[in-house]
Ligand binder design. Sequence first.
Ligand SMILES: *Cc1c(COP(=O)(O)O)cnc(C)c1O
Length: 227
Amino acid sequence: MGSDIAGNIQAIREELKDTQAQLIAVSKTKPNEAIEEAYAAGQRVFGENKVQELVDKYESLPKDIQWHMIGHLQRNKVKYIAPFVHLIHGVDSLKLLKEINKQGKKVDRIVPCLLQVHIAQEETKFGFDIAELKEMLDNKVLDDLTHVEIQGLMGMATNTEDEKQVAQEFAGLKSLKEELDKDYQHPRLQLKELSMGMSGDYPLALANGSTMIRVGSTIFGARNYNT
Ligand SMILES: *Cc1c(COP(=O)(O)O)cnc(C)c1O
């Protein structure tokens, strides 16, 4: 089976035509050649979930690429991506947000972030629960965080065939965004983005208000972790 990265991207672009959503091409584990193929097809926005890989690719690929950190981020690694990262999707604790702020300050950048919310039924997925998130905003923590901007929310739905459940989880994240947008005003809380939807569920995410879909295997083919 030959890969057709350009064709796959084109097909997804067609699906996005009548939406406000943006495609984040998730290139984790894939070589630079695959990214270059997507780049040649006009794709400029890529997502990675490992800091070292993200930094290596940033350094070796064209500088007009926007790099999104989509995975779980460890605090001690924030410093490596703070100078250039376009958006950090998976901010799942106040401690992490504070570290991003600290590293943003060092490099004189306001680092764009999304707060990850736990919407799935699985125990293992990272993210704030809703009460925790509201408590954080109630405590006005953003007053002290001058070098982050919260641009929206990110969520991962349960990995299930039950489309109704997945749709419900996405719709729940959307209404949470609207609620927070109404209830909390702060210059560094600009809730525009809803990062939701991956290869298996992005049509449902789009139908429920996603503004950023994070698609890997549908573009680049299945990942091989055995190397
Ligand atoms: C790997 C990954 C994706 C993309 O997954 P696919 O199923 O290959 O589209 C999206 N979001 C996150 C957080 C990921 O880690």
